[in-house]
Design a protein around this ligand. Structure first.
Ligand code: FAD
Length: 455
């Protein structure tokens, strides 16, 4: 029987373990924190649980638009209850992953794994003791951790990493967020909804530098409407603790004072202290494990999946890689196996307005000279958006003018992360705009805007 040893039990690792076990492998999963990984402990789940609360609070402030009164005075944050809620959601999810793996016969070891050779993993168990596992295939799925610039020393009180903010003991009076990528703007949304004054340091000329400019502009409009102060074109280069809180120093001489600062400037791979060199596995200059389209490293029976291989740092991508790795190990790749097309992965930014996109972006098409058809409708024209009293945002669909094949799209507005699924399916399956237009959808629904945008 093939013995698969998986190091790291986040979305990538637990998907490898589950799928390989279901295909008949003997699987040992080594995890040093919790099964579910950083995704459950610090990243996707706690951040979105907190955003659910933030969104409800933000909604309560707009209740007058729905003919209700008094709500906005009633709602306020109970930081302890919020923390309990986040813990409940994460522990319930962890429990269900653990139960599933146990029911599939996966052996889970709590401890730190380290490769000691091309077929061996040493485990330092959390409750003491050590052991060595022999494996036919090894999967490195150890994820990543927040990148900490040398000028910042997080203290968990005033100078926070993203892992210390769920929520801090008190809701910050004035939070300065450094970093305006997806993680940074999500924290801006969270804390501005929870009532903090927020300042955002934006190193480029607009937030979300890798997104469609129109999408970024829609988010900036909302941030400014909320009173978020944007410091554009400024790079933070120092943080000073003061009796009142913190001061962030920027490279253009500006200073931003606040009560707390949150550093959200990306992540680095957990590939150090893993013994990769002992197994002959190579990493790139940033420390990401280099892999081919099957997620195989340069040592063919050693794979890497998830954030540690640096393809696309999304939980959904990590899970998909995990499944594909298990299938490759078990020889299923010869049948109907499709490589992951990272260009077709949908992603979302859980802000207000919510943002989601998939496939080809307008700017990308212009940069390569590719001819595209761009069609767009605002939610202001949607019956359901008006019924919901939230007509912010739009749907944009990008298609091939010659064939009508849907190449990409984005949604800005309420439920964008759900609505993008339809465009993602169209992009993956090669559907045409006519397929969207001719789908007879529910009325009134936000989805109707997708069909209208495809017209
Ligand atoms: C604030 C934030 C919010 C995010 N929100 C989203 C979102 O909404 N949607 C989305 O798709 N993505 C989101 N992401 C990205 C997502 O969290 C990651 O892409 C995902 O967690 C990667 O999964 P993974 O399995 O590679 O690693 P991880 O989830 O990091 O899991 C790796 C596990 O390996 C363990 N490990 C490390 N070294 C060892 C070792 N030597 N021995 C044993 N175990 C070890 C770690 O403790 C960890 O538990 C977010 C990221 C951040 C920072």
């Amino acid at each position: 029987m093939t013995h698969v040893v998986v190091v790291g039990g986040g979305p990538a690792g637990n998907q490898v373990a589950s799928r390989a076990a279901s295909l008949g492998a003997e699987v040992t999963l080594v995890e040093d924190q919790v099964v579910g990984g950083a995704a459950h402990l610090w990243d996707c789940i706690p951040s979105k649980a907190m955003i659910a609360t933030a969104g409800a609070l933000s909604f309560s402030r707009r209740m007058a638009g729905l003919g209700l009164s008094g709500g906005s005075q009633a709602a306020s944050v109970d930081a302890a209850a919020l923390r309990r809620r986040i813990e409940q959601v994460t522990s319930r999810l962890q429990g269900s992953v653990e139960d599933l793996l146990a029911s599939q016969g996966v052996r889970t070891l709590r401890g730190e794994g380290r490769l000691t050779g091309a077929h061996t993993v040493a485990v330092r168990l959390a409750d003491g003791g050590e052991g060595v596992l022999r494996a036919d295939a090894i999967v490195v799925a150890t994820g990543s951790r927040p990148r900490l610039p040398e000028w910042a020393e997080p203290d968990g009180e005033r100078v926070l990493t993203t892992r210390q903010a769920y929520p801090p003991p008190e809701v910050p009076e004035h939070l300065v967020v450094v970093g305006s990528g997806v993680t940074g703007v999500e924290f801006v949304h969270m804390f501005s909804s929870l009532g903090s004054k927020v300042s955002l340091i934006v190193s480029r000329q607009h937030v979300l530098p890798h997104k469609d400019a129109e999408v970024a502009a829609a988010l900036e409009d909302e941030l400014l409407r909320r009173g978020v102060q944007l410091y554009k074109g400024a790079r933070a280069e120092g943080v000073e603790r003061t009796p009142q809180g913190i001061v962030v120093h920027c490279d253009d001489g500006r200073t931003v004072a606040g009560s707390h600062v949150l550093i959200a400037v990306g992540s680095i791979p957990n590939s150090d202290r893993l013994g990769l060199e002992a197994a002959g596995v190579t990493v790139d200059k940033w420390g990401y494990v280099t892999v081919n389209h099957h997620c195989q490293t340069n040592v063919p029976h050693i794979y890497a999946a998830g954030d540690v291989c640096g393809k696309l740092p999304l939980s959904s991508v990590a899970s998909m890689q995990g499944r594909k790795v298990a299938e490759h190990i078990m020889g299923l790749h010869t049948r109907e196996h499709r490589h992951i097309d990272y260009d077709k992965a949908a992603s979302a930014v859980f802000t207000e307005p919510e943002i989601a996109d998939v496939g080809l972006a307008e700017a990308e098409a212009f940069a390569t000279g590719r001819k595209i058809r761009v069609t767009k409708v605002p939610f202001g024209a949607s019956a359901k958006a008006l019924i919901n009293d939230d007509p912010r945002g739009f749907v944009k669909i990008i298609s091939d003018p010659a064939t009508g094949v849907v190449l990409g799209g984005c949604v800005v507005g309420n439920q964008a992360a759900e609505l993008i699924s339809v465009i993602a399916l169209a992009v993956t399956a090669g559907l045409k705009v006519a397929d969207l237009v001719e789908s007879c959808l529910v009325h009134p629904s936000l989805s109707e805007a997708l069909a209208d945008a495809a017209e």
